[in-house]
Design a protein around this ligand. Structure first.
Ligand SMILES: [Zn+2]
Length: 231
């Protein structure tokens, strides 16, 4: 693999159907309600909650097929536009991120961004893939930066033996908080063009606490070890 992975944006309707089902079924995370957002954009899917499992699947499938058909122009446009935007900033992103991670090699993976009709934006750590809502024209760079930082943060975690003492949920929370801190640093704000807001309401107070650890360490390795030790 090249020194740095290159993200390719593509469409993946079947994955979208699976994710719609997943988030309608398990909507809540750290103060966010993904189902509420889905239903705001796709009110027809409210019918989901009154149906039997087989009908639920058919509803999502038929609805998505039609939506993809009717919005095919917008979806294609997002794919091209997101690609162009990311290609423009990827070099500077890798320069800044390699600094933060002390030139840690990037993990192997497919590095694909799937255009999506929902705003959940899940990532798939094993394959290094993620979904991006097609309406995120203005904040796509912030999201890609966010997912890429997750990939590299989890990669770094895998080399730290202390990290084995915390569970999956704690690892995720630490990774989110790390992103909140790094994405607000001036070098990253420059890449993104803006400062993203802290997405998970339950993390807002924690970010302030961990910011102090980052200010003291300025090094991901030490940041992780110190953060685990204060738990
Ligand atoms: Zn995240």
């Amino acid at each position: 693999m090249e020194k740095h992975p290159h993200i390719i944006f593509c469409l993946n309707k079947e994955l979208d159907k699976d994710m719609i089902k997943e988030f309608l079924e398990y909507p809540k995370k750290a103060g966010m309600d993904f189902a509420a957002e889905i239903l705001e954009i796709h009110p027809k899917l409210k019918e989901y909650y009154g149906l039997k499992p087989k009908e639920q699947k058919a509803l999502i499938s038929d609805y998505s097929d039609l939506y993809y058909l009717e919005h095919s122009g917008d979806l294609e446009k997002a794919k091209k536009s997101f690609q162009k935007k990311w290609d423009k900033v990827e070099n500077i992103f890798f320069i800044e991120t390699d600094k933060v991670f002390n030139n840690l090699s990037w993990p192997e993976g497919k590095y694909r961004g799937f255009i999506s009709i929902i705003t959940a934006g899940p990532r798939f750590l094993e394959t290094k893939e993620f979904q991006s809502f097609y309406g995120w024209e203005r904040n796509i760079i912030g999201q890609v930066v966010h997912e890429m930082l997750h990939f590299q943060f989890y990669n770094q975690l895998s080399f730290i033996k202390e990290a084995k003492t915390i569970d999956k949920e704690e690892r995720w929370q630490l990774s989110e908080i790390f992103n909140d801190i790094i994405q607000a640093e001036p070098d990253f704000v420059k890449v993104q063009g803006y400062t993203p807001k802290v997405p998970y309401p339950e993390h807002r107070d924690l970010v302030e606490k961990y910011k102090k650890i980052w200010a003291r360490t300025q090094n991901v390795n030490e940041f992780i070890i110190k953060s685990i030790n204060i738990k």
